[in-house]
Design a protein around this ligand. Structure first.
Ligand code: MN
Length: 399
């Protein structure tokens, strides 16, 4: 049978009988410390960001739902492995357990487990499958810890192609007339999201960045504007405001296949990136330590929109954003954007690189590991800011 893929960080629920087969399976596929027998033990391991197997064959539906809830609380997926070979056992209790399990899981592909909150349920139905299956651990999309840079992290571009070209040139990148980019030796650009909307040339910025990502000279995370443009390109109903109307108008002059390429590009972007052995995080609106390197709706929402009040708006009618960086305690340096500031703002181990270019501010980059910033001034104020660019205190102006 083909390899069975599981996320490299997740909660695996190992169910099925009899005990000896399950123990043997666990021994062959997992390290002893990965296998936990209590929710408490599983919770403790997951909180440290480690793959965890919950070996608890006798969990009933209610407790299985508790395990799925634990995975949600830890912002990881829950995956069930159901070991279900034909039994030779004459043990009546075992036979009864199997019959109960089948009834609860609801038929041959275990739809019951999805109802209980498991992302995937894999069922192994024969001794041959049990013996031959290979588990392949697939790294989560944000997990690029193996990339060590050096990086040039670039804040919200919002369609400001002229300023982007000038910034790239200042960082040592060369750009051909056809917008093909050559990076200075060994360096990789990393865009912090919000490539488009409001500014004068969203298609140009997208074409440039898509080419860089394709050729390996850049990485990119998804910003809230990118997510909304994606939904529009997918044909979902969206409110065409906050500069999206500008992007859609500009894109309407492009060949139709370009819209499709943009859609595929935006859909593939990770919600954040974990780089350099976890020492550097790139996320559009920032990310606290307990969400870094994880994958859930909560992680996506924080990384794209930040720490937003559920209700209430500020004096400009915009959602209230909490200053998540003020209480950041993580060891990783977090590079982010999203909230325009007058100059790059350092707070704890975070740096905000959205210096409001599209509002007439600057376009900024952080060189990593040097930790120096490079900014170029906007050629114009392309849009009036919905709220004033945040002032940066003297103690927040350097690493
Ligand atoms: Mn933005």
């Amino acid at each position: 049978m083909p390899d069975l893929e599981i996320p490299a960080l997740c909660l695996v629920l190992l169910i099925g009988v009899p005990d000896d087969l399950r123990a043997d399976f666990a021994r062959r596929h997992f390290a002893p410390e990965e296998v936990q027998t209590s929710l408490e033990g599983a919770s403790e391991r997951l909180s440290r960001g480690l793959l965890t197997v919950l070996d608890a064959p006798h969990l009933r539906a209610l407790e299985r739902a508790g395990a799925a809830q634990l995975a949600r609380d830890q912002n990881v997926q829950a995956v069930a492995l159901v070991l279900d070979p034909p039994l030779t056992s004459s043990d009546m209790q075992t036979r009864q357990d199997v019959a109960d399990l089948h009834r609860e899981l609801g038929g041959h592909d275990s739809p019951g487990l999805r109802v209980e909150g498991f992302r995937a349920a894999h069922r192994l139905r024969s001794r041959a499958e049990l013996d031959s299956v290979q588990l392949r651990r697939v790294p989560l999309k944000p997990d690029r810890r193996g990339l060590h840079g050096p990086f040039d992290l670039i804040g919200d571009v919002h369609g400001c192609l002229t300023e982007l070209l000038s910034l790239l040139s200042g960082l040592g990148y060369t750009v051909s007339g056809a917008l093909e980019v050559t990076a200075p030796a060994g360096r990789t650009a990393a865009f912090l999201g919000d490539l488009g909307d409001r500014g004068p040339d969203t298609p140009g910025v997208l074409r440039l960045v898509m080419g860089m990502v394709q050729s390996g000279t850049a990485l990119c995370v998804q910003g809230n504007h990118d997510a909304k443009l994606l939904r529009a390109l997918q044909g979902h109903p969206v409110r065409v405001t906050h500069g999206l109307e500008v992007s859609l108008e500009q894109l309407s002059y492009e060949p139709p296949e370009f819209g499709g390429a943009v859609r595929d590009f935006l859909a593939a972007l990770p919600h954040h990136l974990l780089l350099d052995d976890g020492r550097l995080v790139a996320a559009h609106a920032g990310l606290p330590a307990h969400l870094q390197g994880r994958d859930s709706g909560r992680v996506w929402s924080f990384a794209l929109y930040g720490d937003v009040e559920r209700q209430g708006h500020d004096e400009n009618g915009l959602p209230i954003r909490r200053d998540w960086a003020a209480t950041y305690h993580g060891p990783a340096l977090v590079a982010y954007g999203h909230t325009p500031v007058q100059q790059p703002r350092w707070k704890n181990r975070t740096v905000n690189l959205d210096t409001g270019c599209v509002f007439g501010g600057q376009l900024s980059a952080l060189r990593y590991p040097e930790l120096s910033t490079v900014s170029v001034p906007a050629q114009a104020a392309y849009r009036e800011a919905g709220r004033a660019l945040m002032e940066v205190g003297p103690e927040e102006r350097g690493a």
